[in-house]
Write a protein that binds this ligand. Structure first.
Ligand SMILES: Nc1ncnc2c1ncn2[C@@H]1O[C@H](COP(=O)(O)OP(=O)(O)OP(=O)(O)O)[C@@H](O)[C@H]1O
Ligand SMILES: [Mg+2]
Length: 322
């Protein structure tokens, strides 16, 4: 069984063969999807974390994909400081980019993209990677690659324009002290077998939205904040005619520890905590994975991405209004 297919009751144990890592860096424990370290293959590299800088480091994988993603982030950085064009506006919806960095991992020098860690500051990070669009192959894909992509995650992808390569969530332990939690982690095998109904149920689980009276107000706050951030991304897509995103994801992150009612009471009692308690501090929804971003064909909107995004908004709305 793959490491991330397990239900775990506590932090995942470190893999048996720790990759050789430069000082100050470690594996990104909250990575829920994508290419990861493998015990038996030192060439396989996943994301690293630089906890003091609040960064993650994404390895530049296949040359053309890594280069495309680097060019994407560089073009955003060059898009002008005023933030008044579509490319500059997109900066608000993606992790901050701190440039490429060469590091020796497992005795080999590799180039990494340094990105804002979307889970930084979260003590109990819940993370979900949602891949967007019915079509996940890019314009340069071979017939074979198209066929492979079309055979994956069939149910959710075709009906919702969404697929679920992985997630982790903190949940309260049943029948035990309310402060005790367990982590549930699932990888792509789980997502591949999901029906539309199963996808919706998984979202309920991920947002800790099953009928627990104690947390209802916090769940509502969480869902409203996720919706607000999703709507902002949708309004960017409504106006832009520059780019089409294939096999790109939304990363939804929130801190379970902030779901606790007591932190809210604390902030009400103590004026200076109110700002800190604002959901923008513990809920983050950003676009990630730009290995397959292309100029928009015929300057058309990215209907493929928008179809998935609208159905994700519908699912979250249906949970909020249950
Ligand atoms: N900026 C970030 N902050 C926190 N976690 C991240 C960030 N970027 C990626 N991750 C984590 O790493 C996982 C994989 O990221 P990503 O999709 O960019 O890589 P990949 O699928 O391996 O890339 P590629 O398709 O380019 O080979 C995500 O699901 C998420 O858990
Ligand atoms: Mg990915």
């Amino acid at each position: 069984m793959a490491k991330n297919e397990q239900d775990v009751e506590q932090e995942l144990p470190p893999p048996r063969n720790q990759p050789a890592m430069p000082e100050g860096f470690r594996q990104l424990k909250t990575q829920v999807a994508g290419h990861t370290f493998e015990d038996s293959n030192t060439e396989a590299v996943g994301l690293l974390q630089d906890p003091t800088a609040g960064c993650v480091l994404k390895p530049m994988g296949k040359p053309e994909c890594g280069e495309r993603e680097l060019r994407f982030y560089e073009s955003l950085a060059a898009a002008g400081a005023s933030g008044d064009n579509d490319l500059a506006l997109l900066r608000g919806h993606v992790p901050r980019f701190y440039g490429p960095l060469k590091l020796v991992v497992n005795q080999r020098e590799r180039t990494f993209l340094r990105l804002e860690d979307l889970t930084r500051g979260m003590s109990q990070p819940c993370v979900m990677d949602v891949k967007m669009g019915k079509r996940t192959w890019d314009p340069e894909s071979s017939r074979n690659k198209r066929k492979l992509e079309e055979a994956k995650y069939v149910m959710c992808k075709q009906k919702l324009g969404l697929c679920l390569p992985g997630f982790q969530v903190y949940l309260p332990k049943e029948n035990e002290h309310p402060k005790e939690t367990k982590i549930l982690r699932h990888g792509k095998d789980y997502g591949k077998s999901l029906s539309v109904e199963g996808f919706k149920q998984t979202m309920v689980l991920f947002f800790n939205a099953s009928d627990s009276k104690t947390k209802r107000a916090r769940t509502e706050l969480l869902l409203k904040e996720v919706l607000r951030q999703l709507q902002e991304i949708l309004s960017w897509f409504n106006s832009q005619r520059l780019l089409h995103f294939y096999a790109s994801s939304l990363l939804i992150c929130y801190d379970y520890s902030r779901m606790d009612q007591s932190s809210k009471c604390q902030s009400l009692l103590n004026g200076h905590h109110i700002k800190e308690d604002h959901p923008t501090n513990w809920v983050r929804v950003k676009m990630i994975d730009f290995a397959h971003v292309y100029p928009a064909e015929e300057a058309l909107p990215d209907e493929n991405y928008m179809f998935g995004l609208k159905s994700l908004i519908d699912v979250v709305q249906s949970i909020l209004h249950r």
